[in-house]
Write a protein of this length. Structure first.
Length: 116
């Protein structure tokens, strides 16, 4: 249980910080009922729907970004175990990167990276 002490202390500090922020928010709020009938755009009336501002061509770019962001999530633990596993870990990571590169080439050929 001693090894969990720092993690539990960090969790307690995080929960305490959230409770303090909610408490301060409750103390300083002006009204109890928010204005939900009008949008806020620097005082100007809203003229378009929020989703209409984003073109559909951005969604493949977003999905590609998330895919490569997940690549980094898998590479961080690999850095920690590469010293233990040696050449096998290096070969597995290069295989993983080769699969990702194949995905990039496929996305490139399909036009997902074109901006026009």
């Amino acid at each position: 249980m001693d090894s969990y002490g720092p993690a539990l202390a960090l969790l307690a500090v995080a929960v305490g910080a959230v409770l303090v922020v909610y408490g301060v928010s409750a103390l300083v709020q002006v009204g109890r009922t928010p204005v939900v009938t009008e949008g806020f755009l620097s005082g100007a009336p809203v003229t378009e729907h929020a989703v209409s501002r984003y073109h559909v061509r951005w969604y493949p770019v977003t999905l590609l970004f998330l895919a490569f962001d997940m690549e980094m999530v898998f590479m961080y633990p690999w850095v920690l175990v590469v010293a233990e596993l040696g050449l096998k870990a290096v070969a597995e990571m290069f295989l993983f990167l080769a699969v990702l590169m194949a995905a990039v080439v496929y996305a490139w050929r399909e036009g997902a990276l074109r901006w026009t």
